[in-house]
Design a protein around this ligand. Structure first.
Ligand SMILES: Cc1cc2nc3c(=O)[nH]c(=O)nc-3n(C[C@H](O)[C@H](O)[C@H](O)COP(=O)(O)O)c2cc1C
Length: 184
């Protein structure tokens, strides 16, 4: 039986490299992992008043996170940190108090940028929030994908062999990481 992995992309841009990367990961994943992108662009900004009567999108999002076996974040870096839309999604899934939907789900982070530094800042700021929402996040291997624009062809296919091999290894390690948290 496969594990269902909810994938969160930290960019809403139509031609996002991170989304292309997430789509490549869906294809590269081993059979034991079923990756699916969970949309976060339709969520309102978090406001605690929402909890009085949460909109449908919020309830559906929380339910979707709850039903995932594991969570994978694929994110660019904005000003050396996590894009607001992704932080918003994390906040949304973490409330109301006492009903944190992220709780205990094994996770992994891949950061991806057109820049050369691999979005290290976003990757590690994200990890800080994940510690608090209790997502045990894989430490190794790390994935800082730089120079993203050179890795894909016009149709969005991943054309860089070494990146493809690396991502496969990353996903295999993630599969083993997820296994560790299966209650037997
Ligand atoms: C507001 C903003 C801030 C950015 N800050 C950074 C940054 O700190 N580090 C970096 O490597 N790239 C930065 N970039 C460039 C993004 O990495 C680049 O636009 C990337 O393609 C965004 O990911 P996407 O293609 O998935 O939308 C920034 C872009 C924007 C729009």
């Amino acid at each position: 039986m496969y594990k269902n992995v909810a994938v969160f992309v930290g960019s809403l841009r139509r031609d996002s490299w991170n989304r292309k990367l997430a789509k490549a990961l869906i294809v590269l994943a081993p059979e034991s992992l079923k990756l699916e992108i969970v949309e976060i662009g339709n969520l309102p900004f978090y406001n605690q008043d929402l909890e009085e009567n949460p909109p449908k999108e919020v309830n559906e999002f929380r339910q979707r996170v709850k039903s995932a076996d594991a969570v994978l974040f694929v994110t660019p870096e904005y000003n050396r940190s996590v894009p607001a839309v992704l932080k918003n999604a994390i906040d949304m899934g973490s409330r109301p108090y006492g009903q944190n939907t992220w709780n205990g789900k094994p996770g992994a982070v891949i950061s991806c940028t057109t820049g050369a530094l691999g979005a290290f800042g976003a990757n590690h700021h994200l990890r800080q929030s994940l510690v608090f929402v209790n997502v045990p996040t894989m430490g190794q291997p790390e994935a800082y994908i730089g120079n993203a624009a050179s890795l894909f062809d016009d149709k969005g296919n991943l054309i860089n062999d070494s990146t493809r091999d690396y991502l496969k290894k990353f996903l295999q390690a993630f599969e083993q990481w997820i296994e560790r948290f299966v209650v037997k």
